[in-house]
Design a protein around this ligand. Structure first.
Ligand code: ADA
Length: 574
């Protein structure tokens, strides 16, 4: 008998068939010059302790190391039961061994991973995960050494084991057909082919399950249309959620969803028919002490900060998000722009078939896994790729169609850093631009070049109009300035808290008064560690310092100023 743990993000499974593997694991750092692909866990003992979720290179003992670590644990199972191991996100590369057998490897950082574990007669299963955080400069890898955020090694998020009691549901995609009436379609996929008329029961919001008549399985698939009893639509102001539990034989699969529709109508973004102006920030999942493996209390505190800042949206920069965080966003009505991993991909990546295949695979997985979160209102990929290069076009076309195939109901976008020569903006539903006027400035623009902000935004908007893109919603998906926490100075120049505040106020005044701009996602929620080599000369402290809060979530001057503008009320109190 397995024990289920609380804090499991959706989807959840029958509690007596689910085990949490979160907690203490044993660990060994195998070294910097080890070929991760050749590690045989049985050759190594693990004498250190590590916490899961947890990354080794944020721990004092291995801080900043780049190499290979070995995570080890055991789990008690029902002898003879088949199982699935679910990792909600890890990095940068992993190989999974169960009872010494190498089952799979994973090269998609931050993307959830599920691996089937063949049955055995033993009650205790031995799990080894080999993790590498070596960042190669290979064109096939999804992330490159030059990325402007620290790339950690370890199990970033929760790990779970689910026993399969025979036929079992792998995924259930809830499509909202009519948000007001509570009509939904559920696309189900089973792990293995099930008999054509295998019985399926559904229960909403904890009410006793009812058998669904006339279900026809086509091998592993079926779709059912259902009416949600007592339907309550989801919106940022009323984030009502419904829980759907599906029973197939002895298997139970529980997902949560919201009744809401997102539409792009001309220049408007609408949620359940209501136009919405987006006001928020970009946020990395990061903390100096935990890296991306944030404890739940930090997620909850970050959410409180987002609310205090008056945000109604958060851009999950630059990867698929922790499902615990998306659950929180669903619960409080925080909208999300979710994007798959990418950071300034170049033509050499676009021309590498393996890179493109991985990019498509991780993007599809992100959409599949986050599909039922009502908070997610738009999908993106390839942040700031070289989308002005011709070789980018087929890649962008392929990714847009992959997303549309997975989800025809949400708008697609990508954050472009090429406002004047992007070749792919015609493909998207919403134009998103990353621009840094007033921050990345030439000496000729003089000190405090705030005067460049409005003209740059105007030129970008005019360029969109002239190129036939003026009928799409436009969002400033990044804009900001660096400030060192506590650095205030009479000159109010670059790196002062004062300049950051003045720049963001100038930006928000423009965005509030210009009807052509539908929203803004300021760069960024809080300071975050970045590359720690010579390039850090442009990144004091080896941090990206454009946070409204510092890395320990202490507010800078800008936090108050932004909150006033976002809430259009009084200041936040700290
Ligand atoms: C880019 C990028 C961010 C960050 C930012 C900056 O737009 O998308 O990850 O690097 O610039 O601080 O310059």
């Amino acid at each position: 008998m397995l024990a289920a743990m609380s804090l499991m993000p959706y989807p959840r499974y029958a509690s007596d068939r689910t085990a949490s593997l979160n907690g203490r694991w044993s660990f060994a750092y195998l070294g910097d010059d080890v070929d991760a692909a050749r590690v045989v866990p049985g050759d190594h003992s693990t004498n250190d302790t590590i916490s899961v979720p947890g990354v080794f290179d944020a721990c004092p003992r291995w801080a900043g190391r780049r190499g290979v670590g070995l995570y080890r644990t055991t789990v008690k199972v029902t002898p003879g039961a088949e199982a699935v191991l679910r990792f909600d996100g890890l990095g940068l590369w992993a190989a999974l061994f169960v009872d010494g057998d190498r089952l799979a490897e994973h090269e998609l950082p931050y993307t959830g991973w599920e691996v089937r574990v063949p049955p055995r007669k033993d009650e205790i299963r031995h799990i080894d995960v080999v993790i590498s955080n070596v960042v190669h400069a290979r064109s096939s890898d999804l992330i490159q050494p030059y990325a402007d955020f620290y790339l950690y090694g370890g199990l970033y998020r929760g790990v779970w084991l689910r026993e399969l009691p025979g036929p079992a549901i792998r995924s259930a995609k809830v499509r909202v057909l009519d948000a007001q009436a509570g009509r939904i379609a559920v696309d189900l996929e089973a792990f293995d082919a099930v008999s054509k008329d295998a019985e399926l029961a559904a229960s909403f919001d904890g009410v006793a399950p009812k058998a669904l008549p006339g279900v026809h399985w086509d091998s592993t698939y079926t779709t059912v249309e259902l009416d949600v009893p007592d339907p309550r639509p989801w919106s940022p102001a009323s984030p009502n959620l419904h829980v759907l539990a599906l029973t197939l034989g002895d298997d139970v699969y529980e997902t949560r969803f919201g009744l809401r529709q997102v539409d792009v109508v001309g220049r408007e973004i609408r949620i359940n028919g209501e136009p919405v102006e987006l006001r928020g920030v970009c946020r990395h999942e990061a903390h100096p002490q935990y890296g991306p493996a944030l404890p739940d209390t930090q997620l909850v505190q970050d959410m409180q900060w987002l609310q205090r800042l008056g945000c109604n949206v958060v851009r999950g920069a630059h990867y698929a998000q922790d499902p615990r965080f998306l659950d929180l966003c669903d619960e409080v009505g925080m909208l999300v722009f979710e994007e798959s991993l990418g950071w300034q991909a170049h033509p050499e990546h676009f021309e590498d078939a393996l890179f493109v295949e991985r990019c498509e695979r991780q993007t599809r997985l992100m959409v599949q896994r986050s599909f039922n979160h009502p908070s997610v209102i738009m999908w993106g990929f390839l942040n700031e790729a070289f989308s002005h290069e011709e070789s980018s076009r087929p890649v962008f076309e392929r990714l847009v169609s992959a997303v549309k195939e997975e989800d025809a109901s949400r708008p697609v976008t990508f954050a472009s850093m090429k406002p004047f020569d992007d070749l792919n903006l015609d493909l998207v539903d919403i134009v998103c631009l990353n621009v840094y006027p007033g921050w990345y400035a030439d000496a000729e623009e003089g000190p405090r070049p705030l005067h460049t902000i409005v003209p740059l935004l105007d030129r970008a908007l005019e360029h969109l109009e002239k190129n036939g893109l003026g009928d799409k919603p436009m969002i400033v998906s990044e804009i900001g300035a660096g400030a060192i926490y506590g650095w205030r100075d009479a000159l109010h120049g670059h790196w002062t808290e004062d300049y950051q505040r003045d720049l963001l106020v100038t930006v928000l005044e423009k965005i509030d008064e210009d009807p052509r701009i539908n929203g803004v996602m300021l760069w960024q929620f809080c300071d975050g560690r970045t590359y720690n080599d010579g390039r850090a000369l442009f990144r004091p402290r080896a941090f990206n310092n454009k946070g409204l809060l510092d890395e320990y979530r202490r507010p800078k001057l800008a936090a108050d100023a932004v909150a006033r503008r976002f809430t259009k009320t009084s200041a936040i109190k700290d």
